[in-house]
Ligand binder design. Structure first.
Ligand code: ADP
Ligand code: MG
Ligand code: MG
Length: 243
């Protein structure tokens, strides 16, 4: 998967968010402040503009720019949370690219830099002829890091009725399918199915994080808007892969 694939994923997400904007806002009207659709649509519209202005040439750069733009443009809780997902993913894919396939994406504590090893290219070449690609295993590692970032930033566990309830099972399904040696199509199908299931499963839950938690038991009986928008990310991933 190259920069073009990741750009297509993000653009597909932007289209899905625009198409789903009113539904996401209605879900947020029931248990929040009725702005989730407009928040994300504003953010992803800015992301599309940023991508077409900068034309980032690597998978990592595409996702990092996406995350930074979401953090800058989305005022609500979802901006920093989704921004963190994309920025963490971008960091993992940038490292994967430098170290080559099969190498772990991190070396020890932050700030500690490893000596050059096999496949390590300290001067990441900016040769436009060179196509930088990442593997499904890199993508799984990137989602794991994105999920960890959201959990750390927002403090939500699964079952708290947030985007984590869709992102965590989808990431698990994606990683599991990659480890089982499945192809891209099956990997993305599995992730999407798990995200959908996770989002639907938020309906009977009581919110413990975010604005919806102010409602206590009155948050029961509604799908979490952030879990619903996370489903769009995975639907877009499948669409970008031609599904
Ligand atoms: P706001 O609540 O600031 O208006 P949005 O409406 O854009 O922001 O986003 C709300 C969504 O953000 C929720 O539906 C939930 O999925 C997610 N969210 C809120 N707080 C957290 C948190 N602490 N951890 C994970 N996700 C959260
Ligand atoms: Mg809101
Ligand atoms: Mg708000």
């Amino acid at each position: 998967m190259d920069a073009r694939f990741f750009t297509a994923w993000v653009e597909e997400t932007a289209r899905a968010v625009a198409a789903g904007r009113d539904r996401l806002t209605r879900l947020d009207a029931a248990i929040g402040d009725a702005d989730h659709g407009t928040n994300l649509d504003r953010g992803f519209t800015a992301v599309r503009e940023a991508l077409s202005a900068a034309f980032p040439g690597t998978p990592g750069a595409v996702l990092t720019l996406t995350g930074t733009t979401l953090i800058r443009k989305v005022g609500g809780a979802s901006g920093p949370l989704y921004g963190t997902v994309f920025r963490r993913m971008g960091a993992v894919l940038t490292a994967a690219r430098r170290e080559g396939p099969g190498e772990p994406a991190g070396h020890g504590p932050a700030g500690w830099s490893s000596p050059p090893g096999a496949g390590y290219r300290p001067e990441a070449p900016e040769d436009p002829e060179e196509e930088v690609t990442v593997t499904l295993a890199d993508l799984a590692a990137a989602f794991e890091a994105g999920l960890a970032g959201v959990r750390k930033l927002g403090g939500a566990q699964e079952g708290d009725k947030t985007m984590v309830d869709a992102l965590a099972p989808a990431t698990r399904a994606l990683s599991g399918a990659v480890r089982a040696g499945r192809g891209a199509r099956e990997v993305f199908d599995a992730a999407l199915a798990a995200a959908r299931e996770g989002a639907v499963a938020t309906v009977p839950l009581m919110a413990r994080k975010g604005r919806a938690s102010y409602l206590g038991e009155r948050s029961i009986g509604h799908e979490d808007p952030g879990a619903a928008s996370t489903v769009l990310l995975f639907a877009a991933l499948r669409a970008a892969a031609g599904g």
